[in-house]
Design a binder for this molecule. Structure first.
Ligand SMILES: Nc1ncnc2c1ncn2[C@@H]1O[C@H](COP(=O)(O)OP(=O)(O)OP(=O)(O)O)[C@@H](O)[C@H]1O
Ligand SMILES: [Mg+2]
Length: 119
């Protein structure tokens, strides 16, 4: 089963999350700089946010496609421990199903496209 773990974290947690993902041995990930807001619409993260406008905060998004539920769970827990400060704005993790993946070099699809060849 191919699953995508999409995590939006504080930008200052970028190095910690990257190191933690590397440490558990995920086979690849994509990082993007994004802007967003959550339930507080950005207010609580500003010293004095505007009363009327949604305040967008810079965040970092990690995208990791894994090939089992166990890996999705492990990836989520790893990101949570690395990204957590207990303050509002720590971020969110979304998991969704991926229909297909192809490794461009070899044309391999599915599980084989995510994992190393078995010896
Ligand atoms: N429902 C959502 N859909 C898409 N992106 C979201 C959603 N909620 C949060 N995000 C993204 O996650 C970032 C951080 O959200 P945040 O941690 O503030 O969520 P929250 O639900 O307000 O939780 P908390 O109460 O801990 O702050 C946002 O800036 C946004 O990029
Ligand atoms: Mg919030």
């Amino acid at each position: 089963m191919l699953l995508r773990v999409e995590a939006i974290v504080r930008d200052e947690k970028y190095e910690d999350v990257k190191a933690a993902l590397d440490a558990i041995g995920v086979n690849g990930f994509t990082v993007s700089q994004v802007m967003g807001c959550g339930i507080q619409k950005g207010y609580a993260e500003k010293v004095r946010g505007s009363e009327f406008d949604v305040v967008m905060q810079p965040k970092i998004k990690f995208d990791i496609v894994v090939s089992s539920r166990e890996w999705a769970q492990k990836t989520m827990e790893t990101i949570r421990s690395a990204a957590k400060t207990d303050e509002v704005g720590d971020g969110k993790i979304f998991v969704s199903e991926i229909l297909e993946v192809m490794r461009i070099r070899t044309g391999e699809t599915g599980y084989d496209a995510i994992n190393e060849p078995e010896e």
